[in-house]
Write a protein that binds this ligand. Structure first.
Ligand SMILES: [Zn+2]
Length: 133
């Protein structure tokens, strides 16, 4: 069973080096638990970072399944695009707004959620030697 988007989605994910096209945050494709651990977020939060295929031109607006029309976005960005007034934005504009909001620590911002210094605010060293890095 192969969805028409599957190949393009895979290609987009690699092209974007695993980062969401919209919010530029990392995504996972098979294991939310490992992802949650690596990024220092909860499993519930990690679910929002599942990789999805997003059609730049929506299918209902006759956008096709060609690779040039498909990017990889996280689940949260994929869904938020269909909510409220965001629906009327162009994809570019939507992504710009999303990136802005994420940078300010809104929505599913790792800056706000993550316990990893790479994303979150600098924390005091934990006196526990974790298994990861
Ligand atoms: Zn995203």
């Amino acid at each position: 069973m192969t969805h028409p988007c599957q190949h393009a989605r895979e290609a987009a994910f690699n092209r974007q080096q695993g980062l969401c096209f919209c919010c530029q945050q990392p995504m996972w494709r098979s294991d939310p638990e490992v992802f949650a651990r690596q990024l220092g977020i909860t499993k519930r939060q990690a679910r929002l970072f599942q990789r999805t295929a997003e059609h730049i031109v929506r299918q209902r607006d006759h956008g096709g399944h060609s690779p040039s029309n498909i990017v990889a976005t996280c689940l949260a960005c994929n869904h938020a695009r269909e909510i409220g007034k965001k629906r009327s934005l162009t994809f570019e504009k939507y992504c710009a707004e999303m990136r802005n909001a994420i940078a300010r620590g809104k929505y599913h911002s790792l800056k706000r959620w993550s316990r990893c210094s790479e994303y979150g605010p600098p924390r005091r060293q934990q006196n526990r030697l974790g298994p990861d890095r």
